[in-house]
Design a protein around this ligand. Structure first.
Ligand SMILES: [Zn+2]
Length: 430
């Protein structure tokens, strides 16, 4: 006999929608215009893109494990029929998907699962190119018995804390949060006690490839996706920094969406010494070009391009999609002297990195611009955002697609980091 576990509740789309609305309040002729599946080791996301907001409910079934999602106000169409064929054999969570018309007004989606999951189902309002979305995130349950890498486990815990509103936008976590990322071990030989050399901790650098999964970032005129380029550059950067003796950690190392707050929180949990976010610029016209480096501004942006960039990068959570839970707002007035000192260090780091990058590509500007980038908001970690080149410029899109350019950019960033530490600025702050 089936054991039915009804964890789901009726949910309604739209921030302004009221929970007392009946399904009748919604249009009954909404169309599913796209379905996407984003499998990853951390979590698998299923996205239904719909022409209008639609009510839904969901529940899990055991033996065998299944997740059932009932979506009202839609009818089965070719887009929905094609969904089962999108399941990949390598998906860690989904075995198969079945879709059927449950009754006149409801489509039932049944996911046959490879392991028990802890689902997060939520709706998103239209953002960027996307219409209304219904998002199903499948996280592994704690009892899934799957042994994961320690770091991956910690990222998973942060993602879960985030989804329940326990990670704030500045990356700090509330007391309830259980996350504990293991501190990187210092693997260098210990000094002998007699010479009393103070042992310094290995420098920890967090590398943050922008975007991922549902959020492609900017897309070049010939179709190159920012999320793929920046992951490739970040992997080169990690390789280089590792070879130079730094301890590195990537906020993502696959095509998965990680919320901005979780990226910052990862750096804070690791007590990172530096945070480097890797992006590729885009503008509304194809002409702008050149490499750029950005730091946080607590006031007005230093240029209109910097403001435009910060606005588009900060939209990542809207595009990639995060469930809104509780109040994660941070009072900007609370940014204190720590932040001011951190921004000063970020600008010095940025200048070293920009100088090095100037030997690889034309610079968009000769100085480090500043704006309110959400991903640079760790109050105590010098943080910069590197825009490798303009993906919206056809010539630079071509450059970004070559591994030679990616390696040169990564090597230049690493060189700038080394010069920053060699200058003693960072040491003086300890
Ligand atoms: Zn970006």
């Amino acid at each position: 006999m089936l054991r039915i576990n009804r964890r789901g509740v009726l949910q309604v789309l739209g921030a302004g929608a009221c929970a007392s609305l009946t399904p009748k309040a919604f249009a009954n002729n909404a169309q599913v215009v796209a379905t996407r599946l984003w499998p990853s080791d951390l979590y698998t996301r299923m996205t239904l893109e719909v022409s209008a907001g639609v009510p839904f409910k969901y529940f899990t079934l055991d033996n065998p494990s299944r997740l059932v999602v009932d979506v009202s106000g839609i009818s089965i169409n070719e887009v929905l029929k094609s969904m089962p064929s999108k399941v990949l054999a390598r998906d860690p969570f989904i075995q198969s998907i079945r879709v059927g018309q449950f009754n006149d007004t409801t489509v039932r989606i049944v996911m046959d699962l490879k392991r028990s999951v802890s689902p997060q189902v939520f709706s998103l309002l239209p953002a960027a190119e996307y219409k209304h979305r219904l998002v199903v995130d499948l996280f592994p349950t704690a009892s899934a018995g799957v042994v994961q890498e320690e770091e991956e486990d910690a990222l998973m815990a942060l993602l879960k804390d985030y989804s329940t509103g326990q990670v704030k936008a500045d990356g700090s976590t509330t007391a309830k949060a259980q996350t504990n990322i293991p501190k990187p071990q210092d693997t260098r030989p210990k000094a002998t006690p007699e010479n009393k050399t103070q042992i310094k901790r290995q420098i920890v650098i967090v590398i943050d490839p922008g975007h991922g999964g549902e959020d492609p970032g900017a897309i070049g005129p010939s179709g190159l996706r920012e999320k793929d380029v920046v992951l490739a550059v970040s992997r080169e950067l990690k390789k280089k920094l590792d070879s130079m003796g730094y301890k590195t950690h990537m906020t993502r190392n696959q095509d998965v969406f990680i919320p901005l707050g979780v990226r910052v929180a990862t750096a804070r949990k690791l007590q990172a010494d530096l945070f480097i976010s890797v992006h590729a610029d885009a503008f509304t016209s194809p002409q702008p070009r050149g490499t750029g480096v950005y730091a946080l501004s607590t006031g007005a942006a230093t240029s209109t391009l910097a403001k435009h960039l910060a606005d588009t990068q900060n939209a990542s959570d809207l595009v990639g999609g995060v469930k809104k839970v509780g109040d994660r707002n941070v009072d900007q007035t609370l940014l204190d002297m720590t932040q001011t000192a951190t921004i000063r260090d970020s600008l010095i780091l940025g200048k070293y990195v920009l100088n090095a990058l100037g030997r690889v590509n034309k610079l968009h500007k000769g100085h480090v611009d500043q704006a309110g980038f959400a991903v640079l908001k760790a109050p105590d970690i010098p943080s910069i955002l590197v825009e490798c080149a303009f993906i919206s410029n056809p010539e630079e899109e071509r450059l970004l697609s070559t591994s030679g350019f990616r390696v040169r950019v990564a090597d230049a960033i690493a060189g700038g980091v080394k010069n920053y530490f060699d200058s003693g600025v960072a040491l003086a702050q300890r």
